[in-house]
Design a protein around this ligand. Sequence first.
Ligand code: NAX
Length: 328
Amino acid sequence: TRTPVNVTVTGAAGQIGYALLFRIASGHLLGADVPVKLRLLEIPQGVKAAEGTAMELDDCAFPLLKGIDIFDDPNAGFAGANIGLLVGARPRTAGMERGDLLSANGGIFGPQGKAINDNAADDIRVLVVGNPANTNALIAQNHAPDVPADRFTAMTRLDHNRAVAQLAKKLGVGVDDVKRLTIWGNHSATQYPDIFHAEVAGKNAAEAIADEKWLSDDFIPTVAKRGAAIIDARGASSAASAANAAIDHVYTWVNGTAEGDWTSAGVVSDGSYGVPAGLMSSFPVTAKNGTFEIVQGLDINEYSRARIDASVQELVEERDAVKGLGLI
Ligand code: NAX
């Protein structure tokens, strides 16, 4: 029998946590034949609610779930972790300046990065979901000098899935007919969903659409502002779709992308496509043998170039701000 995989989830008592844990325990994160042990990391005020969720997880009698432990100390929470899903973060509250937001999150993701560095298993793979996800991932990665940098990633899979769904709807095809779509840059309103390399049922998506007005005035803003539209409609931010995207991200990372297709993930830049090396930016990526690789050699037209540059510029500014605050 296989040794269970240790999955640490931070912010386990939050709304994404509630949508995420049951799917991890039922085998959707790693596969239907992979046993898991859950390690729930919360702040002290969140521990009781996490205990309630753990009771419900027990009550599901999931055959693959081999244990649940709850922690409020990052060193203990990440001990032996093979997968880290960093969901808990400090949200922006009214009147909060960007510097305050970055400082508050630096106070979470710096220590968590160090706890991962000092306590996680050698094969640790980290996905940061908590916003600002790219920069939080950059902070955590910078506090884990002994972990290969490519084990830290930030989630843009929700943006990717949103873009796939919008494109499929527009062209009247199934979502599984859409391939090679890319989210570039930051998980923020500046993100750039790129359809110029995407294929829909074997045809180039941009040619199939042939409507720059729809692209600029409808598709891109709809994808980029989808989070706000969900809050407006639901009265709460995306939770089940965010949890689903986290599941997709890790499943793809571990099990690979299909031949000829790719997905989107925030990964440490190697300088590809003019994105400064070291930045945590979203790229088109393939996954093989548990490693993401940036898809190389794509032609970037002027339309895309300007939009990629704008989002990357925002990431540069966030990086410079956290550097200035001494957080990296
Ligand atoms: P909730 O406020 O429901 O839950 C957050 C949980 O994190 C709380 O239970 C809190 O106690 C816990 N927490 C706070 N600080 C912690 C720490 N230092 N260690 C451990 N736990 C801690 O938020 P939820 O709706 O679940 O969203 C979580 C994060 O995901 C937010 O930052 C949100 O902005 C972000 N999102 C990111 C998305 C993405 O695509 N990358 C999309 C969805 C979501 O907006």
